[in-house]
Design a protein around this ligand. Sequence first.
Ligand code: 5AD
Ligand code: SF4
Length: 474
Amino acid sequence: MGSNIINLSDNAEFNKAVGELRQINTGIIRHYYIYTFGCQMNVHDSEILSGILSECGFHPSPKAENADVILINTCCIRDHAEQKTLGLLGTLKELKAQNPSLVIGIIGCMTQQLDFAKKIKAKFPYVDIILGTNCADKLPAAVLNAYTVEDSKKRRTLYHDDNDSSIIENAPVKRSRSVTSWLNIMYGCNNFCTYCIVPYVRGRERSRSPEAILREVKELAENGTKEITLLGQNVNSYGKELDYSFARLIREINKVDGIERIRFMTSHPKDISDELISAFGECEKLCEHLHLPLQSGSDKILKDMNRKYDFAKYSEITKKLRQTQPAIEISTDIIVGFPGETDDDFKRTLDAVEEMRFSFAFMFAYSPRNGTKAAAMENQIPNALKKERLNTLIAKQNEISAQISSEYIGKTVEILSEGRVSDEDEDAVDKTKQMGRTRTNKKVYFVGDDDTSGKILHAKINNSVSVTLGGEIV
Ligand code: 5AD
Ligand code: SF4
């Protein structure tokens, strides 16, 4: 199936709405604020939403309270994310009561579930815009409608994308950072891991053309980007429908002047090719870090999760990677309390964590998602037991992460400086410091007078806290 390319630069409907909004905003300073939940893909989608609103003549606001347009870019991967959005909607109701002309929009993965979108429309009359994933092209028309239509019912827009093969190209992007940039290379997922809602809300796998990606990489390099993170739900299957491999794309990006570092996420172990493993040896810009979700150490659970590999296969991949690139650090995602997980299955996960020595892990209690296979499985694990297992796993992994970090003490490592720490950096205890990342993706905090943002520096590591390091520039 071919992709449906929506090219925003020559999309008449999009440009008309953008033009009309610019007109309405002429001479008036109106602001927008975007709440973002979820993964890097969502963070980058919010950069596109910001770019579009900026094109429409809106200015970013540091606070939701001062904004004229508020968007919530939602996540539905676990119940927790959904609850946060629902809680936030309650707070926004008060803002709308104070300022009836405020435009509120809810966008993304949660609203791509049609049942949920309809529920929002029925139960939250103060939400003006409801857009699913892949609908950024409809945002200007929806905002325009909310501004100009008097009838309170008609001013509300619900747009849900049934065509799950769209690719939006040439969207304006307002990146929050310039030294390190995210770049989507593909969308969607075909894997249907039995616990996961993503294939239902992000549609089928489709890859952007290598030409479009390389053009964007070059533009970013010209604008000061030093590090690119290639994004997709399963980047290893990039290019399948184009007869173009992910490893080849990396080799091409490796040639782009100005780009110093390449990263990517997320990878599925079943699709890691030998060609990609070799790229870790060949491409000097490809960083020595791989995020490779294991999910469970038990073969029975992996089978029930429909992951299509067993622990032996996972372990073999990591061995090959470490042979090709001995400095590589591997991080992972793990779910505990998947339906049917016995004490023995859980112990296998603990043993796997011990054996793999992950530099870092995102660890989750299984959260049933409506419409997925696992949610309908009978042997669900009680919440208390999930929590207990999660705490046990976190304690073990934290010990390993801290050990790996402490092994850096006394060493001098290359870092790419991202300059002064941002307010959002929760790992930064001292906000006067600067931060750079090692090629293995560890944050290093250091003292510096001038802003060193964008510079490749060398830091001597003299302390470590959990997964972060502290050092001095040498
Ligand atoms: N419950 C808990 N964790 C989940 N993940 C995906 N779906 C679920 C779920 N239903 C985790 C997986 C995935 C990461 C992005 O989120 O570990 O790799
Ligand atoms: Fe979800 Fe599995 Fe696809 Fe990852 S590979 S997005 S876990 S279905």
